[in-house]
Structures are given as structure tokens and as C-alpha cells.
Ligand binder design. Sequence first.
Ligand SMILES: NC(=O)c1ccc[n+]([C@@H]2O[C@H](COP(=O)([O-])OP(=O)(O)OC[C@H]3O[C@@H](n4cnc5c(N)ncnc54)[C@H](O)[C@@H]3O)[C@@H](O)[C@H]2O)c1
Ligand SMILES: O=C(O)[C@H](O)COP(=O)(O)O
Length: 526
Amino acid sequence: MKVLVMDGVSEQGLAPLRQQADIEVVIGEKMTEDQLVEVIGDYDGMIVRSATKVTERVVEAAKKLKVIGRAGVGVDNIDRAAATNKGILVVNAPDGNTIAAAEHTMAMMLGLARKVPAACGKLKNGCWDKKAFLGVELRGKTLGVIGLGRIGSAVAKRAQAMEMNIIAYDPYISEEHAKKMAIEIVTLNELYARADFITVHMPKTKETYHMINKESIALMKEGVRIINCARGGIVDEAALYEAMIAGKVAGAALDVFETEPNTDSPLIQLDNFIATPHLGASTAEAQINVAVDVAEEIVAALRGEIVKNAVNMPSMSPKLLAKIRPFLDLAEKLGKFQAQMLNGRVEKVEVVYSGDLARYDVNPITTILLKGLLDPILQENVNFVNAPLVAKNRGITVVQTTTDNAEDYNNLITVTIYTDKGKRILAGTLFQNNDSRIVNIDGYRINAATTGHMLVVPHIDKPRIVGRVGTLVGDKDINIAGMQVGRIEIGGKAIMVMMVDNIIPQCALDELAKIDGVLEVKMVSL
Ligand SMILES: NC(=O)c1ccc[n+]([C@@H]2O[C@H](COP(=O)([O-])OP(=O)(O)OC[C@H]3O[C@@H](n4cnc5c(N)ncnc54)[C@H](O)[C@@H]3O)[C@@H](O)[C@H]2O)c1
Ligand SMILES: O=C(O)[C@H](O)COP(=O)(O)O
């Protein structure tokens, strides 16, 4: 397998990838979109920072790409919708550069308060000018943090150490959470009205684009100082320039710009403006952290294992993953089993999670069940990333419910598939030591392992059927490893599940179907 590494990702951090004998790491030079389109077909994985744009064209040109890793937080340079459509996993490394970005924000804030860059520049030009650089203290000032996530919280903590009062606006964070950090949650307008310094720490979205604009600046205090170490475009640079010229904004610091690289913004020439070239994550420590994190994720993704920081599939904490991993395996098998038992076009998939399972987030389990169901029956690549989207695009309704009542089991996953020709029910459970079993097919109780080959024969419960099926299978030189029969009433419908050592050829299945009393014959391989 080949992984293309772009944008100067830390070599030291790539160790988890370099240690894999079957993975070749290729360090790429800066490329245009056309150049990337030309080469991407050769790669199974790719790692980028913010410079390389993974556009729809690049994603479309990929032939075997399974994963795109972002060595950092922001994934706005990756066309996630295109990747999801194609079943390509996108992962990031959200934790490794939090402190670096928070410390850079503090550097910007202190730099603005004490005019460090301008004073330094003047001195380097031979001018010892003490009067021009009277600063302000941070102590006692109010800092308005917009976006109280990882970095916003880390900035708040550091600013508290400088004895600043912290107010914050984040519509997705609870007041309790903020209270624990001794931060007052306020409305956006209140933040604008009260803050001496404003720092933004949210992603660039439709909602946050140009959030700091002419109108919002008008609501701010005279002499406010503004910092953006999050994403270019959150601050409207033209509006900021005007407000700085007018004196409304006393100082501003941008690490990120709407267009990058950027050397000709008029802001850069202003004395009370500090610019850095997207350096928030650029510390030796952060670069190693994010590279290690993303390299580990790429290895896991290429090995088909579940990753921790996927941005385009249900994400899971390592704790949840450890708890539900055996259920993920069972669910995939149930989906795969159902795919081989199907008659007709799938219209609806209903999954009921019972017992212990009802306590967990079951979304990832449903996703993997859909992968198990759809992958064998569709031409396109169905995986953990795109399975829900593929189901939706095919008009399949997916319903998932949880209940505490698992009847005789500790846990139970019951999957009912509705097709234009009827419905089929399948249930599986995990016994002790993660021993997974299929315990019900269409209402008939059975107890079958979830591995190997199985001949499933719904039939009429009458003499000589089981014997004739067994004889015919034996005559084809196929060894029978075990057998289960489930029935509800004597002489009614029943089901036979025969564990066999090899796949029974279609011609033999056709012969079996002709046996009097046999209703259906299905070969299932798990
Ligand atoms: N300059 C750099 O080099 C650098 C380095 C790391 C991260 N970043 C950027 O910093 C930003 C924050 O990163 P993070 O790791 O703290 O992310 P995070 O996901 O932990 O936090 C983002 C916060 O923004 C909040 N938010 C979302 N929409 C909002 C809105 N409309 N108004 C207010 N708050 C909103 C979210 O609720 C969340 O709490 C991201 O844009 C990331 O790409 C930049
Ligand atoms: O979102 C991020 O992680 C930062 O913007 C860092 O970007 P970079 O890896 O290009 O420095």
C-alpha cells in the first residue's frame, strides 16, 4: 500500500507508518490540483495539513484511496461530501495542536497589548522609540472568547492566569460546563459590548463566515482588540481594516487569512496589526503529536480497523469502542447473513437493540450492519463511511430502536428486512466471552455460530426431509459439521440450519430445492 504525505508533515511523527512493512510512504512536493489529480490514483492513503486542497476532482480521480488524514484540526481544505460519497474515510488529529494554538493566541494577545512586533521592528531599523509604544495590561481586562471548544477553553484558562475576566459565547456548550471553568456564558451581543479583547475559536462554517464584520464591530467597545487564530474568513478583513483606520479597533492579530498564502493584505502594513503565516499549530511538539495521531489512524484505516477521529462517519471514544466492538462484529455478520437470505428489493431495515445494548450509542452498530447488508449486494464500494448514505440514496428506510427487554438474553440484536416480497427476521446475541450466536431466524429459535458456511432450509416439518437433505449434501462430498432444526409446531413450518465445511454448488442447491417439503434453499457464508 502507498501513502502520500503532503505539506511537510513531521517526519518524526510518521514513525507509526514507517514501521509497517507493507506500507510505502511517499513524501510529496507541493502540487497543483492537476498534478494531484494525475498521481492520486496510485495511493491508498494520503496525509495533508492545510495547504493541500483535496477537491472533488482529486477525490474523483482516486482509484483506491481509502483514507485522507488531516495532520491537524480543520478539514475545510478537504471535500468531505465527495469523500463520503466515494466511501473514503476522512480522519483528523484534533487534540495534538490545542496547546500550540492556545499559546499562539496568548502570544498574539500579549503582542497586541504591548505592541511587541512594532517596537521590535522599529528598533531593528535603528530607532529607540520609547514613547510610541505605551501598552495596556491584560490584568482586569475582559476577554470575550467566541467558541469555547478545545482551544477556546485552553485560551480561557491561560487568560485566567493573567487575571483577565472571561466571558464566552458558544451556542453548543452548556452553561454548567462553562461554570466549571469559571467562565460566564453571554449572548454574542453582550460579548461584543463588554469585551476588551475578542478571540475567535470556532470552525469556519456558513454561520461563522464573516461573523466579525462591519455590523458586529459597530457593537464592540471603542479600542477593542481582535484576534483570529482559528480560520481565515471568520473575520471580514475589509471591515476590520476600515475599523482599524477609523480607530474603533485599537489592534488586531490574524494568524489566518481568507486567502492563504497572503502577503499583500493592506492590514499587514498597519502598525497596530500583527500577522503570522498560519503558525498556530507550528510548534515542534504539536507537529509530532498530530503526525503520530494521524499516522496511527491511517494504519488503522488501511487495516480495516475502526478509527478514533473520523470526521465523516460515526465517531467513537476508545471506551465506547472497547464496549461495543464485539457487537460491531456480530452486527456486520447479521447484515451479511440477511444479504444472503434476501428475496426481493430491500425497502426497509428495522433494527431493535435489546438488553444491555440499549445503554450504548448504537448508531455505529447500525452503520456496520448496513455495510454487512449492502456490501455483498451492490456493485459499489459500501463501507463504514458511506453505508448510511448508500442506504438513503437507494430509498431504504432505516429504523433503529432500543429496549431494555431482551427476553431470555442479556443482549439481542434483531434485524428485520422488509422487501417487496415480504420480510425476514434475524436475531443474534453475544453470550459470555463474546461468543456470538444467531438465535432466531424468522421466528424459529436456533443456536448457530456466526462463522463458516451454512445451508439454511425452511421446510415443512415431516419425516424424511432432514435425512434427504443430509444425504444429498453428503453425496456431493460435502462434510456436515453440525445441524440445528427449529420449529414452532409439529407438522408446521420449520427451519434447518446445516453447518457445512464447503460452499455447496448452485446445481446441488437446485436439486435440494426440488425435495418434497423443502420451501426454500439458501447458502450463507459468513
Ligand atoms: N491557527 C492554527 O494553526 C490552528 C490550529 C489548530 C486549530 N485551529 C482552528 O481553531 C478552531 C478551533 O479548534 P478546536 O480544536 O478548539 O475546535 P473545537 O471543535 O474543540 O471547538 C470549536 C468550538 O466552536 C463552537 N462553535 C461552533 N459554531 C459556533 C458558532 N457559530 N458560534 C460560536 N461557537 C461556535 C463549537 O461549539 C466548539 O465548542 C478550528 O477552526 C480549527 O481549525 C487553527
Ligand atoms: O486546523 C489546524 O489544525 C490548523 O489550522 C493547523 O494547520 P496547519 O497544519 O496547516 O499548520
